[in-house]
Ligand binder design. Structure first.
Ligand SMILES: NC(=O)c1ccc[n+]([C@@H]2O[C@H](COP(=O)([O-])OP(=O)(O)OC[C@H]3O[C@@H](n4cnc5c(N)ncnc54)[C@H](O)[C@@H]3O)[C@@H](O)[C@H]2O)c1
Length: 264
């Protein structure tokens, strides 16, 4: 229960889903957590938790938030960049506005959070940055190419920060989730579909060897590992938390099942 004892953490995007589970687990593991989201009132997350309204895609909003934490605590040990948005459209169907929106949500937000904490972590000569990519950041998928491109970008950014700053004590890694039961996943289901429908669930997990949808807390546990000193020599890694989805090739019929459903 004290794997993050004494650590100061900032989290971007923690009102629901993976970010919320992670903020809750950071608190349980002893961290002082400064969480942020566009949602103003996320409800009870934990005792050592302080919430701010921050648009993670907005430069001054992100910088102001990080500087506020530095003013209060004097340091930031952990930064979890988790904001993201999905788009289930083929390249030919995607407008430039949709492309720009996804780059903004998935890549610009990670860049801004990382750039805001980096000078402080470099001054401290320690710090762990964890950013949420996706199994789609590790392989091509048929139905959400722009999402996958941005999530590859997140991996590239973290690997590059890792090689640039490992000698200065800064670590930068990604978690790469598979299908996780969150509002985002429920939001991309086709009209009328529900995760409570076993046939729908069976089709979603058709691309996941573990054959199930995981909970947000299963991703949070991996983030805690990357954030903690237990992973002190783990740097520049893309950690799949995906029931082996990105580990191998899918059988053609499984791909086809997904094509029909329109969910990657
Ligand atoms: N759920 C999955 O199956 C899955 C799989 C792979 C990767 N991911 C990634 O996990 C991350 C979290 O997604 P989730 O599934 O928990 O979804 P979610 O919708 O539950 O959580 C996203 C959170 O980000 C907040 N947010 C949205 N825009 C914001 C902004 N501009 N600034 C600040 N906060 C903002 C939302 O209010 C919400 O609290 C995303 O980056 C997503 O791409 C999710």
């Amino acid at each position: 229960m004290n794997r993050l004892e004494g650590k100061v953490a900032v989290v971007f995007g923690c009102a629901t889903g993976i970010g919320r589970a992670t903020a809750e687990e950071f608190v349980r593991q002893g961290a002082m957590v400064y969480g942020s989201d566009i949602v103003a009132e996320p409800g009870e997350i934990g005792k050592s938790y302080q919430h701010s309204v921050v648009d993670a895609t907005d430069e001054s909003s992100v910088t102001g938030f990080v500087e506020g934490v530095i003013a209060a605590q004097g340091r930031i040990d952990i930064c979890f960049n988790n904001v993201g948005a999905g788009l289930q459209k083929k390249v030919s169907e995607t407008s430039l506005a949709e492309f720009d929106h996804l780059v903004r949500m998935n890549l610009r937000s990670v860049f801004l959070g990382t750039r805001a904490v980096l000078p402080h972590m470099l001054a401290q000569q320690r710090g762990s940055i964890v950013s949420t990519s996706s199994n789609g950041g590790l392989m091509g998928r048929p139905n959400d190419p722009v999402y996958n491109a941005t999530k590859h970008g997140v991996v590239g950014l973290m690997k590059s920060v890792a090689v640039a700053h490992a000698a200065q004590g800064v670590r930068a890694n990604t978690v790469n989730p598979g299908p996780i039961d969150t509002p985002m996943l429920r939001g991309i289901l086709p009209e009328g579909a529900s995760l409570e429908d076993p046939e729908m669930t069976r089709r979603i997990v058709a691309s996941t060897p573990a054959a199930r949808i995981a909970s947000a807390m299963e991703v949070a546990h991996a983030v805690v590992f990357l954030a903690s000193d237990e992973s002190s020599f783990v740097n520049g890694v893309a950690l799949a938390v995906d029931g082996a989805k990105a580990a191998g090739a899918m059988l053609a019929d499984r791909y086809r099942l997904n094509f029909d459903l329109g969910v990657s």
